[in-house]
Write a protein that binds this ligand. Structure first.
Ligand code: NAP
Length: 364
């Protein structure tokens, strides 16, 4: 189960909109299909991307556009966008190597034997290889001392071939996570969790060196689908340091008016119903129901929750924090789970590593 949950979690330097010509194609396709407003849940293949209100089209046509029988909300295809981003990163890595003979490097430190963490690290390594980024891995035993981890971090901080350092969380309980994360130099903090990076993200007129990967991936999806943020009402459900809080800061930087819903919020449904854009990062399967959603809202579902499924050979399936079938009938666009935000996370990590290497070598 762990491997499935974590393989879903997977970044971009710039947001690019899609060529007008392809947008026109998508509009034509959409007209031809004349989609009725029904659930897109199980009937529409993830490869199908139909574009309705206010969204543009990925840079190339979907691999296999299928006729949507009951689609309503367009599917924001994170898997497809993440692949595009990895391709862009790959060509930038090659260009850099050719021009200045520098290959970006990412160091990952894993402590202990958690299977989920090991799978997550393996996926990051594979993703690095797929775009030509060097990856170094340190695997320390569960009973290592905090000083051992700090020593490796210090070595990587000083190593010019390493442009990004990632400490896989969670750490064993005898270690102080804060002091370990604080030890990563801000110039190599590709996870964007260093308080200085978060502080800069929160301040007007300041620029973080890195933005945390999952929230960055959420915003990138909005950009790549041409979904406007400025002036919109956005509700972020969840306020964790790694997803909800930085997602709220990012949307605010893009001139959305934000509300944050958390476990003590009295009227989450009412607040969420005001949103043009909903980012759900809670960790509660299907919590956001159709009645919580304003017609036409755009939904980014970060949640990854395993739920029992007797039809699956594994005995479970993954669902988001948003009730997908209900949401599809109300929203204008939605990310699926799996295949939405998950693949974007690793893509953003690669992007942050490339950005770091370019910055270190002043390579444009
Ligand atoms: N796709 C990806 O790449 C990716 C990456 C990271 C996480 N995730 C997934 O995203 C979800 C959230 O992760 P996380 O690390 O942010 O989780 P987290 O640290 O557990 O934070 C959950 C947040 O949800 C809030 N919350 C909990 N129950 C709630 C309720 N009933 N109503 C309203 N708010 C509630 C909590 O409020 P309080 O602050 O008041 O406790 C907290 O702020 C998980 O399913 C996780 O697996 C996915």
């Amino acid at each position: 189960m762990a491997s499935m949950v974590f393989s879903e979690c997977s970044t971009s330097t710039t947001s690019r909109f899609f060529p007008m010509s392809l947008r026109k194609d998508a509009v034509v396709l959409l007209r031809r299909l004349s989609l009725p407003r029904h659930s897109c849940a199980s009937k529409v293949p993830l490869s199908f991307r139909a574009f309705t209100v206010g969204a543009s089209t990925p840079t190339s046509p979907p691999p296999s556009a299928s006729v949507a029988i009951e689609a309503c909300a367009k599917v924001i295809d994170g898997k497809y966008v993440a692949k595009q981003i990895r391709d862009e990163i790959s060509s930038e890595v090659s260009r850099m190597k050719e021009a200045i003979r520098v290959v970006p490097g990412l160091a990952v430190i894993l402590v202990g034997d958690r299977k989920d963490s090991a799978t997550y690290v393996r996926n990051k390594k594979k993703a690095c290889e797929s775009v030509g980024i060097n990856s170094l891995e340190v695997h320390l035993p569960e009973d290592s001392k905090e000083e051992d981890v700090l020593e490796f971090i210090s070595g990587f901080n000083d190593d010019p071939s390493v442009h990004g350092i990632l400490v896989q969380l969670p750490l064993p309980s005898h270690m102080n996570e804060q002091s370990i994360l604080n030890a990563v130099t801000i110039e190599k903090d590709v996870d964007g969790f260093h308080p200085l990076n978060i502080g800069r993200l929160a301040m007007r007129g300041r620029e973080p060196l890195f933005v945390p990967c999952t929230p960055k991936g959420c915003i990138e999806l909005l950009h790549r689908y041409g979904i406007g943020i400025k002036g919109k009402r956005a509700v972020i459900i969840g306020r964790s340091n790694i997803v909800g809080m930085p997602a709220a800061l990012l949307l605010q930087r893009e001139d959305a008016t934000i509300s944050i819903v958390h476990s003590r919020t009295q009227n989450p449904e009412e607040i969420t119903r005001e949103a043009d854009i909903i980012i759900a990062a809670v960790g509660q399967a299907n919590m956001v129901r159709g009645t919580w959603i304003k017609p036409g809202a755009v939904i980014i579902d970060v949640g990854i929750n395993p739920v029992e499924d007797s039809k699956s050979s594994r005995g479970y399936k993954l669902v988001g924090d948003v009730h997908y079938e209900e949401a599809c009938k109300v929203a204008s666009a939605i990310t699926p789970v799996p295949g939405g935000v998950g693949p974007m996370t690793i893509a953003m990590l690669l992007s942050n590593t490339l950005t770091s290497a370019k910055r270190a070598h002043n390579f444009q």
